[in-house]
Design a binder for this molecule. Structure first.
Ligand SMILES: [Zn+2]
Length: 422
């Protein structure tokens, strides 16, 4: 296959130029040897490495009424993602080597894009004992996380980080002090007060981040901080990195682009309830600064599809989360259109930077790489209609909003897995 005439943006190689991309036998190649190659004219479009998502909830096994590996990975393809790391908060949770194998078997059968399992840090995410990290690593787990919950015990988190050195996989932390969350449902501040909703202070995150950074320093282990949401958390990571602590961090598109004003504009819209919550604009600005200066390594969607019934209720009863895969690129492009981030920086944050954070061999168009490619129209405007999502999760606070930036073609491992107008 030959993609002809596009603007190739491959930040891993420092490339931004009009060029052709050649694909053979599922790999990017320098020159084609085949004779019957198909040609796709992509002139006028941006050609980038397929996006890599370190944080994605696919819900299978156990919650197939919210999402399946089939539907979630089709949504990923539509969003330009060719690698998704599947979090472990399924039923059963991904606790053992055989759980990892079962997930990979199901993915081989159903998935449109590459699925990389994330195992739990503690069994059933109960913070009682560590999961079988060595067995899971052997079976193909790329990281460990109790995401959806914090690891409550500092002692267990310490041991998990010690183990991370043996298995050479990061421990991804949902850094949030559950006692301080205390039933809160949005950011603690004026908007919550006006709406009469219980707030979650920034300190719920910042205290947990401080603990985990201290334990990473103590153990030398590999810490990854999921979905940072506050300016203070970014500053802590910045200092820890400067001091040589082995930490990487991600930010979700909604925490980067939206703020708790979204809840004020559409009061009680349960689709804007997220965990961690949307914070004020100054936090979003600090997160963006952190992404630009490398304190935050990458963007990760925290795709959290929910059943209709889990959002069709009172704000404080609703389950948190956004069905995010299909809106991530368009939402993030707001930063590019507003000249707050360059297109190259955005693509880096979605490709080689997440791959590098976890040592994954993806997120580049270098010859010899897996042929994971996305073709983008950065300017095309579209109106978000969740009913048209390929994800089963229709929960999006962006419903009815106009975004500028679409995915027109996604190729995963050399196969076209999504096509929209090309
Ligand atoms: Zn989380």
């Amino acid at each position: 296959m030959r993609l002809v005439g596009g603007r190739v943006v491959d930040p891993a190689a420092g490339r931004d130029e009009v060029a052709d991309i050649l694909i053979e036998d599922g790999r990017i190649v320098d020159r084609a040897t085949g004779t019957h190659e198909s040609v796709i004219d992509v002139s006028g479009y941006v050609v980038a490495p397929g996006f890599v998502d370190l944080h994605c909830h696919l819900r299978e096994p156990g919650y197939e009424d919210a999402e399946t590996i089939a539907s979630g990975t089709r949504a990923a393809a539509a969003g330009g993602f060719t690698t998704v790391c599947a979090l472990a908060d399924t039923r059963p949770s991904t606790d053992t080597g055989s759980d990892v194998e079962a997930l990979l078997t199901q993915a081989r059968r159903d998935a449109a894009v590459r699925v990389l399992p994330v195992g739990t840090t503690t069994k059933q995410r109960e913070s009682d004992e560590l999961s079988e990290m060595a067995d899971m690593t052997e079976a193909g787990a790329v990281a460990f996380s109790d995401d959806g919950r914090a690891v409550r015990s500092a002692r267990l988190m310490r041991h998990a980080l010690e183990y991370s050195l043996l298995v050479e996989r990061p421990i991804s932390s949902h850094a949030e002090d559950p006692d301080l969350v205390d039933g809160g449902v949005m950011h603690e501040g004026p908007v919550a007060t006006v709406l009469g909703l219980k707030g979650i202070p920034r300190e719920a995150e910042e205290i947990a981040v401080a603990r985990d950074l201290a334990l990473a320093r103590l153990t030398g282990g590999r810490l990854h901080l999921a979905h940072l949401s506050t300016a203070g958390a970014v500053e802590q990571v910045r200092r820890a990195k400067a001091a040589g602590v082995r930490v990487t961090a991600e930010v979700a598109p909604h925490n980067l682009v939206l703020s708790d004003a979204a809840i004020a504009e559409r009061p009680y819209d349960t689709n804007a309830r997220t965990d961690p919550p949307l914070r004020p604009r100054e936090d979003a600005r600090a997160l963006l600064e952190g992404l630009r200066d490398g304190s935050i390594d990458c963007v990760a969607t925290d795709h959290s599809p929910r059943r209709w019934i889990d959002k069709a209720c009172e704000f404080d009863q609703a389950l948190p989360g956004i069905s995010a895969l299909e809106t991530a690129f368009g939402l993030l492009m707001r930063l590019v259109h507003n000249r707050e981030l360059s297109l190259g920086e955005l693509i880096a944050g979605l490709t080689h930077r997440p791959a590098r954070a976890w040592g994954l061999p993806y997120g580049t168009l270098a010859a010899g790489s897996a042929a994971d490619v996305v073709v983008l129209d950065p300017d095309q405007a579209w109106v978000v209609d969740p009913e048209r999502f390929l994800s089963m999760g229709k929960n999006s606070p962006l419903a009815g909003q106009t975004l500028r930036g679409t995915v027109v073609l996604t190729i995963a491992n050399g196969d076209i897995v999504y096509r929209n107008g090309l």
